[in-house]
Ligand binder design. Structure first.
Ligand code: HEC
Length: 128
């Protein structure tokens, strides 16, 4: 499993660089950078879900370069949610375009996917 780790490191560096750039630019309102910063700051409340999120979904869903809907960017998630949660869980399990099967989370169940999608689309879990 060398490649996913390398990818996650790369994605995290991109997020870090974006963060640094944002500091210099003094945050224009509602810019993609502030969406990325918010995505980077959010975590699921449950420790188990948080661990899964941090080692899989977060690599892409906090990076504007990955072209994935950003965590907590509710407007980006709405057209996805309109497809129905069952479809989103199916796409997360099986993969969807550049979204890899199970989002590279080998031990995530369909229920984990449902909870992770709920968290990412709302920016909080149901427990928060
Ligand atoms: C390697 C990058 C990557 C990882 C890791 C990743 N995603 Fe994604 N995800 C994407 C991209 C890119 C898209 C947008 C795909 C598109 O619409 O073409 C996406 C889209 C989605 C969608 C929307 C699917 C739809 O039908 O519109 C869901 C749901 C989703 N991801 C869930 C997850 C979950 C849950 C995790 C963690 C377990 C995860 N993703 C991890 C890249 C990733």
């Amino acid at each position: 499993m060398r490649r996913p780790h390398a990818f996650i490191r790369l994605a995290l560096s991109v997020v870090l660089l974006l963060g640094l750039a944002a500091c210099k630019e003094e945050a224009a309102q509602a810019s993609p950078l502030s969406d990325a910063q918010r995505a980077e700051s959010l975590r699921p409340a449950s420790a188990e879900l948080r661990a899964r999120y941090e080692r899989s979904c977060a690599a892409c869903h906090t990076s504007i370069d990955a072209k994935a809907p950003l965590t907590g960017a509710i407007a980006q998630w709405q057209p996805r949610l309109d497809k129905g949660m069952d479809t989103l869980v199916k796409h997360a399990m099986e993969g969807f375009n550049a979204m890899p099967p199970k989002g590279l989370c080998a031990d995530c169940s369909a229920d984990d996917m449902r909870a992770l999608i709920g968290f990412m689309s709302q920016g909080k879990d149901n427990n928060q």
